[in-house]
Design a protein around this ligand. Structure first.
Ligand code: SF4
Ligand code: SF4
Length: 445
């Protein structure tokens, strides 16, 4: 369905699907907001407009929900803001709100009642996906990933095979069963931050570990459909990944991307496939930290002033807050903390697929894939505004980086890496960005 279309007949089934998937936790999110506004202060997108506060963005979902749960909104929907979109413009507004959320979880940790508006907005995306509203580039990637045809594109295949050739030269045995460590990277990581992948490989070799990795990408990153609420595509990809892991039968699945794949593999995948994992998901920094403590690794001292940007999924949601700092402090005696750190670390502004669909990324993707992405007039308006708002949302992080005086910013999420590349450049802050495994590997003794 084109971005220009407005099909009210799709709303009913979208609504039924959405309501069917609301659990007790989600109902608490719906019912218990007292409108105190505390979450607004922390949401990166409030800076781009009051209408992008967490409660305002979750409001369309509440509008769908109210007439099903409460008698007065059922009788007088117009009085209680309880209805589906009535026009294309209104639907556009809903999409705009849904794509002003990075699912960073800052609203969740701020709210005195533990309401995670980001999770509600994720459900709103699922509703919108059923009305045909997924941004075109995202939809293209979702379909390609779900149909397992990522490498049919010549540009993407060249990128992946180029990396596989380099890793092969390191002597790895691909798809080896019953190894202790299964390293999962992705096409996106290989394409956007190849140094992160090569850095991880260097550690497996240096530590002489029993490890393997797939010779084909299992997904774009983790299932990219999960970012757009495309539950069918997400389930297809999740099952495929699950079957692969089961076949390899590792003790540990190791990631170097600490963005949404980190929480997806740890929390979402077992839930989607309905099986308790027989393996543990860890980040490469945990392996490095352990080896350091046991004296199996040594680093040179990096003289540059370094700071750490904690990805929301790895830090706030995943709980890996101290480990990267501990390891980085062994590499640089000049490590400085950003103003916000730990659970309240500010979001880069580009998560939840935002950085992957804004115009500069589209241009990169068009070049790599050798295709023209068919964007309609109103989608272009949507994306141009999204890009401007993303820069506004990311400014607080850029200000922290500037104030820290660091010359190198290390992170572990390819989305954060890409977003901060765009935001630091837009605000004229000249810093080097590095992925954690790459930075650590560069400083190995
Ligand atoms: S998850 Fe983050 S971006 Fe989304 S509403 Fe909450 S604070 Fe805002
Ligand atoms: S902090 Fe919680 S209770 Fe307050 S407005 Fe936000 S969601 Fe509602």
């Amino acid at each position: 369905m084109s971005w220009e279309e407005f099909k009210p007949e799709s709303f009913k089934s979208a609504e039924t699907y959405t309501l069917k998937h609301l659990d007790a936790v989600m109902l608490h999110f719906f019912e218990d907001c007292v409108n105190c506004g505390l979450c607004e202060v922390n949401c990166p997108y409030t800076a781009a407009g009051e209408e992008y506060g967490p409660v305002e963005k979750a409001e369309p979902l509440r509008r769908i929900y109210r007439p099903h749960a409460q008698i007065l909104p059922k009788l007088f929907p117009w009085l209680f803001g309880a209805n589906s979109p009535k026009s294309k413009e209104e639907l556009d507004k809903w999409v705009e709100k849904a794509y002003r959320c990075t699912n960073c979880g800052l609203c969740y940790v701020t709210c005195p009642f533990g309401i995670h508006s980001g999770e509600m907005i994720k459900v709103l995306r699922s509703y919108l996906a059923r009305t045909g509203r997924i941004p075109t580039l995202l939809k293209m990637m979702i379909d390609t990933e779900a149909s397992n045809t990522l490498l049919e594109n010549e540009g993407l295949r060249k990128v992946w095979e180029g990396m596989i050739d380099r890793i092969k030269a390191e002597g790895v045995e691909f798809n080896k069963k019953n190894t202790k460590y299964l390293y999962l990277t992705s096409l996106a990581e290989v394409m956007m931050t190849p140094g992160s992948v090569l850095g991880a490989v260097k550690f497996f070799k240096k530590l002489n570990l029993d490890w393997t990795m797939p010779d084909k990408p299992l997904s774009m990153r983790a299932p990219i459909g999960s970012l757009a609420g495309d539950d069918e595509a997400t389930t297809i990809v999740a099952r495929r990944i699950h079957e692969y892991i089961k076949e390899i039968n590792p003790e540990y699945v190791v990631l170097s991307d600490g963005g949404y794949p980190y929480t997806f593999f740890r929390f979402d995948l077992p839930r989607i496939v309905g099986e308790k994992p027989s393996y543990k998901v860890i980040h490469i920094v945990e392996l490095v930290g352990e080896a350091l403590r046991e004296g199996r690794l040594k680093f040179k001292n990096a003289e540059e002033k370094v700071t750490w940007h904690s990805p929301c999924k790895m830090g706030r949601i995943g709980g890996l807050i101290d480990e990267p700092v501990e390891v980085l402090s062994k590499v640089s005696s000049n490590l400085v903390k950003l103003k916000s750190h730990g659970v309240f670390s500010k979001c880069c502004g580009g998560g939840g697929s935002i950085a992957c669909i804004v115009p500069p990324t589209q241009q990169v993707m068009e070049k790599v894939m050798g295709v023209s992405i068919p964007i309609t007039g109103s989608e272009k308006v949507f994306l141009d505004k999204l890009y401007r708002d993303m820069l506004v949302a990311g400014k607080a992080k850029v200000d922290e980086i500037r104030e820290s005086g660091a010359s190198t910013v290390v992170t572990a999420c390819i989305g954060c890496f890409h977003t901060m590349g765009m935001t630091t450049q837009a605000f004229g802050v000249n810093v080097k960005l590095k992925m954690l495994s790459e930075f650590l590997a560069e400083n190995l003794e």
